[in-house]
Each structure stands twice: as structure tokens, then as C-alpha cells.
Design a protein around this ligand. Structure first.
Ligand SMILES: [Zn+2]
Length: 136
């Protein structure tokens, strides 16, 4: 397996310092990036649905497997994010993400969620993190 070449420094909430994120997804044969980091894929409309579905699978798989680690979507190129009624125990990072289409999140982020800086967001934008101050 060839690993995606994406790397980016980001602010880590747990450690309270900048650290280097390295993607550990498998890269595709045509590029040295995984499908979430190869921004060229979204230039082709036929790929929109594929990327949307793969991301949904990633979220579902993450939540199903206990999600005892932070979820890293740093620098992802995504299409139409829709996350409803989920609960994230650990930090979720969307730093440097580029989202084409809409973002619709209505979920509970117990630890931390970051979107900054978020690139070229078009269309609808709804973010309700449902967080209360209890226990914080
Ligand atoms: Zn990647």
C-alpha cells in the first residue's frame, strides 16, 4: 500500500501546540494522494457523489469502531457534508478543509471541533454543534 503524501501543520487541541498531521489513508494509483486529499477529483462532477459517499462511510466507520481517537479531516476536499444526530467523544479536526457544495452538521461534539481556516465554502452552511457547557 502506498500512503497518501499529504502533510500539514495544525493546532492540536489535546496537546495545545502545533503539530504535523500526516495522512495515513491509501493513495490512489493515479496520484500520490488519497481520494480526500486529491482536490483535482472534485473538478469532475462524476466524482462528487463518490467522495460524498466515501466520506459518509468514513464517519460511520469511525463512530462504529468506538471512536476513541480524534477524527482527522485536515485538508480534506469534500462535497456536501451532512452529519446529523451523531455524538463525537473525541476531537474532530476539519482544519484547512475545502468543502464544495453544502455543509450541514447537527451533532454533538463533546471534546472539540475545529474548522479554521475553512476554504472556499459555497452554498448552504449550517453548523449546530449542540454543545452544552456541562462538564466543560
Ligand atoms: Zn490523504
Amino acid at each position: 500500500m502506498v500512503t497518501c503524501s499529504f502533510e500539514k501543520e495544525y493546532w492540536n487541541f489535546e496537546l495545545q501546540k502545533d503539530i504535523q498531521f500526516k495522512c495515513d489513508n491509501e493513495s490512489k494509483s493515479e496520484s500520490d494522494k488519497c481520494i480526500f486529499h486529491d482536490g483535482n477529483l472534485l473538478d469532475n462532477e462524476e466524482n462528487h457523489k463518490i467522495i460524498q459517499e466515501e466520506f459518509q462511510k468514513k464517519i460511520d466507520g469511525y463512530l462504529l469502531n468506538g471512536s476513541d481517537r480524534p477524527l482527522f479531516c485536515i485538508g480534506y476536499h469534500l462535497y456536501n457534508i451532512n452529519i446529523q444526530g451523531k455524538e463525537f467523544q473525541k476531537s474532530v479536526y476539519f482544519d484547512y478543509a475545502t468543502i464544495t457544495g453544502s455543509l450541514n452538521i447537527n451533532s454533538h461534539f463533546i471534546s472539540h471541533v475545529s474548522f479554521s481556516p475553512l476554504n472556499s465554502l459555497e452554498g448552504m452552511w449550517t453548523l449546530d454543534t449542540l454543545n452544552s457547557l456541562e462538564g466543560m
